[in-house]
Ligand binder design. Sequence first.
Ligand code: ZN
Ligand code: CU
Length: 491
Amino acid sequence: MPEYVQKTTFEECDLLIRNASVIDGTGGPISKADVAVSGDEIVGVGLLSCINAQVEIDATELCLAPGFIDAHTHDDWALLRTPDMRFKVTQGVTTVVVGNCGISAAPFRAQEGLPDPFNVTPEVLSSSFETVTDYRRAINDKAPAINVRLLAGHSALRATVMGPDLARAATGEEINQMAEMLDKALTEGAAGLSSGLDYPAAIAAPMEEVVTLARVLRHHPNTVYTTHVRDEGDGVIEAIKEALATGQRADVPLILSHHKCAGARNFGKSKATLAMIDAARMQGEVALDVYPYTASSSALMERFIGAAKDVLVIWSTPHPECGGRTLNDIAAGWDVSREEACAELKPAGAIYFDMDEQDVQRILRHPAAMIGSDGLPGTEKPHPRLWGTFPRVLGHYARDLKLFSLAKAVQKMTGLTAAKFGLIDRGEISVGKKADLVLFDAEEISDLADFDAPEQPAKGIHYVLVNGQITLSRGRQTRTRAGRFLSSQSQ
Ligand code: ZN
Ligand code: CU
């Protein structure tokens, strides 16, 4: 561990990180440098030996990177319930994008009887905010440890305007109301629109409905349309085609969420989907996010179990005793089919073992692929991606498997993500950028969370700074909570 020296001399900067191996977030080569921070900004990068600082960190043995940006989360509620956000800070994450897959805490009116994915974690229905301003205020009051970028969810808009019966297309009048709500949300600082067309809450929404809403983004700079496509299994090719066409017709930047090819029949299809994405990138802005595991996690749904060789039930409201058991095992014990067991267990959450390692690696390597955890906080025994995603990419995939260089891995969780989500003053180490920083040991870094013990902080993260404030020091989280709501207007 490096030394952490408090000085009393005259300061020219607040904090000086000395002699770090700087990975600046652009994907360029690693270089030795000192980095100076004053207030919430990086004020110097280079040989700064003559500068005095109130606080110095000797980083001789460590890599210094921009704070990691989690491109895909469902942390909307966790930021308020557990504002220390330990499962993210201990990975080096300093900003989370929330409101993914069509569900966002704002703008949203929670109500009884909403279909999946509103059951994806029990907390989704626990609180909601009719306006982005209300959510931003709640965030500011709670002061979470990390920054927040909010997407407005298509299904949240649908539920608010249409009520719980979502198994139909919205009428023209309802689309107008949703467009108005979305426009207001974006004016109040939302960073885009997300959809989750694979779920009952939105599966009946025709492409036209989504295109009309996505077009609202054109009036708001720095915004993006993200989508959990209509089918990630047998229909993945068609679904990617639809998403790409939606982005093109709306003429807005597109991000494909947690890209995957689920089900043994579809293993290898990532060759085709990535080729389609490459072709579309010649016409418009397209990117994707991915998590570094071959298992997915979501609400327990009949629709998803067919593609999985096994399904681990995490929680079940009517059958809490079944948490931690596999669906095969439960169905055998009850002497019913997997489908019947599934119906009996709902509402429930599950982990699906449904992907191929080669597809995961091919997608991770893609130049437009960002790292997003898609973790689901608020349940016992969550998918380990909630605690392990970022260290796993740096340790397992970059260092051990050499899937890409360390600098490239860092770029996929910093510079690339900041560019795609319009975070213009974050994601890179250079003068004038916000001082979201992480110091880690490249030899030591690894994820410890696994399916048996998923709530394990990672190894090798030594310091985390959020907006210039030391949030993790020598591997331990401090009491400081310096996160902010990052609106699309003012950064
Ligand atoms: Zn999703
Ligand atoms: Cu998601």
